[in-house]
Write a protein that binds this ligand. Structure first.
Ligand code: SF4
Length: 464
């Protein structure tokens, strides 16, 4: 499989990726759109693009992902896709009857330069129904950029200020970033425990993890409603979780409706969860409830009890920038050494300043006295070469890492998107204190299983 990846690293000045660590913008845009209630994502491009995006999400969430397509053929490629889009909108409302259609573009429609707002204006949209769009040219950024663009479109299309004289309502907007529905549920639970009202957008809980009821529901009960999206313009403030997936929407909301925002890491690990709760506490002058203090105390207890499993272990982490940054911080809290950290998403995207990902992760490593490789817009070939040159005790990343783990015979913890070869994960949060406990269990199990496997008979221990 990957046995022939060379150890010697040759400078690559140009050319494509080898084993990319990202996928294309519309995948993220489609996922974000699913976080609106009764919304059908619509892929403005060929059937092949739409099938790929749906398949990728379906395999990760193990739930059927609904989406429609403009079905480009040669004619649309030459004359533009406007006619296809108008016909699609008419047919989708007539046949599938969603409340909302969220259009995202693809490489082809972006290259043609289709004018989507004009096509929407010229379409037959039934009374009470809504159509909006995001441009998601896939030759830029990654699925995280697509998620960000679609989330930003929710603000630019819908958020509005209803209250006069700069008054604000006592609730918070939470933009959760590209995380599993279980993580969105956990972030909402933490906010509810704090006794604070919120609007989360997008919110895919109850959509891509809906229960089996024996009845097919094209539009399950979850998702942020359009009235809720409109109301985001009256919030006291906004918390954006993950700079790459969420910050652009928070900035637009600030510009459009004068809602201040704070941009935090995904609340993965103890420090990032503390920061999330302290931001809520500071803005709403509430106290951290005993229930959350107890959860934190349990986490600290487990970290103390198990620190010898982790201390000094070298780890390589890859995946989407927001979750990788938070995971790197958590591994440092556990006493591990993240010596290779890589994301496929370009690091300077979305207002983070050029090199933002690399600067942030390097600053964390420097503070902890760890010397490591850090790269944005990297690929898994580079990661594999790094590992060949400096081996690690553990690899953390999405399913695509299993090839490197197999080639180098290293323990592997699946984390992030996509996870295509395991089930259950969309239902199990990695955010919050409880999520951190689960991560500790996964990391600890992977390291101890390796100890057991490699132990000589005389060293094979019952109690570890
Ligand atoms: S053509 Fe572009 S939008 Fe379509 S699947 Fe490929 S990268 Fe994605």
């Amino acid at each position: 499989m990957l046995e022939y990846t060379p150890k010697e690293m040759i400078k690559r000045d140009s050319g494509g990726m080898i084993n990319p660590a990202k996928t294309c913008q519309p995948v993220g845009a489609m996922y974000a759109a699913l976080g609106i209630h009764s919304c059908l994502p619509h892929s403005h491009g060929s059937q092949g693009c739409c099938s790929f995006h749906r398949m990728h999400l379906t395999r990760h969430f193990r739930d059927p992902i609904m989406a429609s397509t403009s079905s480009f053929t040669e004619g649309a490629s030459v004359f533009g896709g406007g006619a296809n889009l108008k016909t699609s909108i008419k047919n989708v409302f007539a046949i599938y009857n969603p409340d909302v259609i969220a259009i995202h573009t693809t490489c082809l429609s972006e290259t043609i330069g289709d004018d989507i707002p004009t096509a929407i204006r010229q379409s037959e949209i039934p009374e009470g129904k809504v159509v909006f769009h995001a441009n998601t040219p896939s030759y830029q950024g990654s699925h995280i950029t697509g998620f960000s663009n679609m989330t930003n479109a929710m603000v630019t299309y819908f958020s509005e200020t209803k209250l006069a004289d700069g008054k604000k309502e006592k609730f918070v907007n939470i933009i959760p970033g590209f995380v599993n529905p279980a993580d969105m549920r956990e972030i909402k639970r933490l906010t509810e425990e704090m006794g604070i009202k919120y609007i989360m957008f997008p919110d895919t809980s109850g959509v891509v993890d809906s229960p089996m009821t024996g009845k097919f529901e094209m539009y399950p009960s979850g998702g942020t409603t359009i009235p809720e999206l409109k109301k985001t313009g009256d919030a006291k403030f906004t918390i954006s979780l993950g700079r790459f997936a969420s910050q652009m929407a928070a900035e637009s909301l600030e510009k459009k409706c004068k809602i201040p925002f704070v941009s935090l890491k995904e609340p993965i690990g103890i420090k990032a969860t503390d920061e999330f709760l302290m931001a809520l506490r500071g803005a709403f002058a509430t106290e951290i409830p005993e229930s959350l203090e107890c959860e934190r105390g349990q986490l600290v207890d487990v970290m103390t009890d198990t620190h010898f499993h982790f201390h000094g272990k070298k780890v390589a982490i890859f995946g989407d920038p927001d979750v990788v940054t938070a995971m790197t911080e958590f591994c440092l809290s556990l006493g591990m050494l993240p010596v290779h950290v890589l994301t496929g998403t370009p690091g300077g995207a979305l207002g983070s300043g050029l090199g933002g990902f690399e600067q942030e992760v390097k600053a964390m490593l420097n503070e902890a006295g760890v010397c490591g490789n850090v790269k944005a817009a990297g690929d898994l070939f580079t990661l594999h070469q790094w590992i060949k040159n400096e081996p690690v005790d553990l690899l953390i990343g999405n399913t695509y890492g299993k090839y490197i783990a197999r080639a180098e015979d290293i323990p592997f913890v699946r984390f992030g998107f996509p996870i295509l070869d395991r089930a259950i994960h969309p239902y199990m949060p990695v955010t919050g204190y409880r999520g951190a406990l689960r991560l500790i269990e996964q990391i600890s199990d992977a390291l101890l299983d390796r100890c057991d496997r490699d132990a000589a008979d005389e060293d094979f221990e019952l109690v570890m």
